[in-house]
Ligand binder design. Structure first.
Ligand SMILES: Cc1ncc(COP(=O)(O)O)c(C=O)c1O
Length: 460
């Protein structure tokens, strides 16, 4: 570990002894001491005391401007007043019934007004809705194989947990990457039914369709690959996928768990002008409460109406989630708020760029909607294999350096990105930039000593 990083971690440990204690206690009863593997990192994760608006406070009382926002789930910011009020009102009536109620069609109407779908079903997480999307696509096409992109994350079900973070030695050919299980327990049968291609490489997609003619039910993708920092689709890539899918009788699934709410009012279809067949939504549509949805044309969703595809769930449309979702769509994800966060996003990115150039740091800033990331590479990355070439310790120096200065610049892990909430202010952005201005010269120094990026393998 290089010297500046070592110092930042020492400072982190001095500032956060209560988090360390809480983690040690939790380790005895909870694997890794955390409830989701993504929350575990060395030397130990920050434990939270409370959060409000754009700020979060840890157990030791340190306050942070929060751009983690629960891995991008809180475009509303913490405990948004409209969401809280809606939940409080819902709680007076009941939490969950396992029976229909009229908030369901109200929320379905909101979703169908924004995204190019005719009908919707609800769930409680991103994993759940991408799983149902894959199943309905398989049913609609009477085919088993799903094409996904190397490095893409769509949740934790067996079809999704393939080639999420494959190791270099397991890659295989870029035009026909291997299907690599994301840990033990993924059945071989699932691997056989997941075909992997390379993001931003239409040739690799064409190649896979040639290898498996008439067998691919759906292409599933995040329109912006957000499991490798932030990787934009190159011009023509999404339309190219649309064309390939249509030509082959394959459905195109946009996993908009992240982009749906955060990119703009109408999500990726509006932003890029490409229409998928199925859309998956979760995270920020719930305003901080577990809520997911998947939608498609009437023809596809009728497979559920006709009892051909089974969909259910005890907690689906529980009143708390519906109330939070309605308040979020109506009072948080408004056109006025998109204008506000767009302005903040631009200010933050422009500020980073200025500081990068002043410090002589070889890196760039990627940004789309309320999301953005400092990308520690000499040139724009196009796919997962490019992303793997990051200097991980340099990135850790950035993250801990920012945390020590009161800014959670993004979730821990170099495959993530920042989120700006509607409750963030210009003052928050100024403070974020002031912290980065202090951190950047040390990054440039370490980079000069260690050589520019492309030095180590990423992955976790
Ligand atoms: C693009 C994408 N799809 C699906 C998921 C899974 O969502 P959840 O964690 O709610 O199951 C995530 C979570 O990070 C995601 O980013």
């Amino acid at each position: 570990m290089h010297e500046i990083l070592q110092k930042e971690i020492q400072t982190y440990e001095k500032r956060t002894p209560k988090s360390k204690g809480a983690h040690q206690r939790a380790l005895k009863r909870i694997p890794l001491g955390v409830a989701s593997n993504y929350r575990a990192y060395d030397p130990y994760p920050l434990f939270v005391k409370e959060a409000k608006g754009s700020k979060l406070t840890d157990l030791d009382g340190n306050e942070y401007i929060d751009h983690n926002l629960c891995f991008g789930t809180l475009m509303a910011g913490h405990i948004h007043p409209a969401v809280v009020k809606a939940i409080e009102n819902a709680l007076k009536i009941g939490t969950t019934f396992g029976m229909p109620h009229d908030m369901e069609w109200e929320l379905a109407e909101e979703i169908c007004a924004r995204y190019p779908v005719d009908m919707v079903r609800f769930g409680s997480s991103g994993t759940e809705v991408t799983m149902h999307a894959c199943r309905i696509a398989r049913a609609a096409t009477k085919r088993d194989k799903i094409l996904k992109f190397e490095g893409a994350y769509h949740g934790l079900h067996d079809t999704a947990l393939v080639s999420v973070k494959p190791k270099e030695e397991d890659y295989g050919n870029e035009n026909a990457p291997n299907s690599v299980p994301g840990g033990m327990g993924v059945p071989k049968a699932s691997l056989d039914n997941v075909v992997v291609a390379t993001f931003n490489n239409l040739g690799s997609v064409e190649n896979r369709f040639k290898q498996y003619p008439g067998q691919i039910a759906a292409i599933i993708l995040e329109p912006i690959l957000m499991n490798v920092g932030l990787c934009m689709p190159q011009p023509g890539f999404l339309q190219g996928l649309r064309d390939i899918a249509s030509r082959n009788g394959t459905l195109l699934i946009f996993d908009e768990v992240k982009t749906g709410a955060k990119l703009c009012w109408g999500g990726a279809s509006e932003y890029f002008g490409v229409k998928p067949d199925i859309i998956c939504l979760a995270k920020s549509i719930g305003g901080g409460v577990p809520l997911g949805a998947f939608g498609a044309s009437r023809e596809v969703m009728d497979l559920i109406s006709q009892h051909k595809v089974f969909h259910g769930g005890t907690y689906n449309t529980n009143r708390v989630a519906m109330a939070a979702g309605l308040a979020t769509f109506r009072e948080v994800l408004t056109r006025a708020n998109y204008t506000h966060v767009e302005k903040l996003g631009e200010t933050l990115a422009a500020g980073y760029r200025k500081i990068l150039s002043k410090a002589g740091l070889q890196a760039y800033v990627a940004r789309a909607g309320v999301n953005g990331a400092l990308m520690l590479y000499p040139q724009e990355i196009r796919n997962y294999r490019d992303w793997m070439k990051i200097d991980v310790d340099l990135w850790r120096q950035y993250w801990f350096g920012m945390v020590n200065r009161g800014v959670l610049a993004q979730p821990y892990w170099w495959d993530e990105q920042w989120t700006i909430s509607v409750q963030h202010t210009e003052k928050d952005i100024d403070k974020h930039l002031a912290a980065f201005e202090e951190v950047a010269p040390g990054l440039a120094k370490a980079q000069q000593e260690r050589g520019v990026a492309f030095v180590g393998a990423a992955g976790h």
